[in-house]
Design a protein around this ligand. Sequence first.
Ligand SMILES: [Zn+2]
Length: 199
Amino acid sequence: MLSGSFEELKQGLKKLPGIGEKTATRLAMYLIRMERKDAETIGEAIIKAVNSYSNCPVCNILTDTEPCVFCQDTQREQQILCVVEDTQDAYLIEDTHEFKGRYFILGNLLSPMDGIGLDEINYPLLQDFLAANPVEELILAISPSVEGESTINFLVNQLADNVKTITRLSTGLPFGGDMEYATSRTLTTAFKRRYSAYK
Ligand SMILES: [Zn+2]
């Protein structure tokens, strides 16, 4: 009979994306059977990483420095801001070497039905950011899902008077597709062919 601690480990693993009951059981079994030292190293690495990362108070990116490396870097173009859903999206864009400006991480996409409103997309922080760092261009690098589209519409309506140019990525990205599935090349093209987000 497997003990409560095994069950606890399994339930913990099930919280990870793409891990269902079967995979969680297999992974938990693997962990308790592997070299104890290796399993402990994984456990310690998780604790260390989650304790050293937090959200940048300026741009909301997950960072282990405060402020983050992007907000510290005065060499980056200050006139252009790329708004993305999460930290991973910013690093995907960074990998294309197509963008040298700054980032802002929403953290969520608008979905009032699910209780995800302006605070949850960190809109107040974005307003603070733009008040302190006025920009010429705002790039909305947001997946064109239903929530993505309503977030884009909201931001365009709210910020049109304050920002000269608001653009969005070209639809090289599959409709409703997550940015993380876009290849670096698709993303580069989507960036180069960005177009005005005004209706
Ligand atoms: Zn930052």
